[in-house]
Design a protein around this ligand. Structure first.
Ligand code: HMG
Ligand code: MG
Length: 284
């Protein structure tokens, strides 16, 4: 295999948001600054959500203010509503991520809204962002399995991906939130989504709870997906998805892709440094 595969680093957001112990803004900044030297084009570093819901992300504006921005890197932030969007903009985020769920149970647990209500909340964000040419990425959670509702029908994911893409998201990141997907369920889901959104605008966001993330990445590669989200050190999970420990580790994905012959553009030595930092943050 040849060609470029991009890893979108989400460790400072999806990785750290689930950590119960307090991680200082200075530690987060040092982690991001290390990642900035590794060769990523996009790093998710912040989340402008309710601090009651996700206390760990409370210092997001300070993180964005304190990092040393590397040329060519876009620093992304999550926003669940207009308030989050305004705060992310004011803090200087280079791109915004909105996040919806393919299942009602997770939508309610994560953002206290139905899927339909969440789309209504995202519309003004997409409109405002379009006005100033700010890229917006759309996440879909529970693309194969939901911790509350069970298996997710591929058609639901395809409908939602189509909606988010039509509303202006430049890329749709497909989340196996609880790491229960299999290559088979990923293929079924991707075949449905690929019919509605160009595969070049899709990303795989696979948690590694059951140890199948790399196999799910392989299945996605075979269908043409060339962007994968991962977190250095395998940090993470979602506080509102029971059992959703561990994003797939960036260093494992990068090594796997390089073994397959793909180019990730990443500096493996710097990546290992970032992974050690991430592990130390978890263990300290
Ligand atoms: P709510 O309680 O329904 O709404 O929360 P609310 O309007 O009553 O707000 C509650 C409090 O939050 C209020 O404060 C608001 O002012 C405040 P109070 O008056 O009680 O002091 N608030 C905010 N504060 C800061 N920033 C904001 C904001 N909005 C309201 N933007 C809400 C609704 C959406 C706010 C809440 O449910 C929430 O913040 N949820 C976020 C949960 C979250 O961050 N989950 C993790 C990210 S998603 C994920 O990890 C999955 C992903 O990785 C993909 C995958 O793996 O599947 C992306
Ligand atoms: Mg996630």
């Amino acid at each position: 295999m040849t060609g470029r595969v991009e890893i979108f680093e989400v460790g400072p957001r999806d990785g750290l948001q689930n950590e119960a112990r307090e991680i200082s803004v200075a530690q987060k900044i040092a982690f991001v600054d290390c990642l900035s030297r590794a060769g990523f084009s996009r790093i998710e570093v912040a989340s402008f959500v309710s601090r009651k819901w996700v206390p760990q992300m409370a210092g997001s504006a300070e993180v964005l203010a304190g990092i040393t921005r590397a040329p060519g890197v876009r620093y992304a932030a999550l926003a669940p509503n207009m308030r989050g969007y305004d705060e992310a903009r004011a803090a200087g985020a280079d791109e915004i991520a909105i996040f919806a769920s393919a299942s009602e149970g997770f939508s309610k647990a994560n953002i206290n809204a139905t899927v339909g209500e969440s789309i209504e909340r995202f519309k003004p964000i997409l409109k405002a962002a379009r006005h100033i040419d700010l890229p917006v990425r759309g996440y879909i959670s529970c693309v194969t399995d939901c911790p509350f509702d069970g298996p997710t029908a591929p058609a639901r994911v395809a409908d939602l991906a189509d909606t988010l893409f039509s509303l202006g998201c430049y890329e749709i990141s497909l989340g196996d939130t609880i790491g229960q997907a299999t290559p088979d369920s990923i293929v079924k889901m991707l075949l449905a989504v690929r019919d509605r959104v160009p595969v070049g605008r899709l990303a795989g966001h696979y948690h590694d709870t059951a140890g199948r993330a790399l196999a799910n990445i392989d299945a996605s590669l075979s269908l043409g997906v060339r962007v994968f989200d991962a977190a250095a050190g395998g940090l993470g999970g979602c506080p509102y998805a029971p059992g959703a420990s561990g994003n797939v580790a960036t260093e494992a994905v990068a090594a796997h892709l390089e073994r397959l012959g793909y180019d990730t553009g990443l500096d493996m030595a710097v990546l290992e440094e970032a992974a050690s930092m991430a592990r130390a943050l978890r263990e300290a």
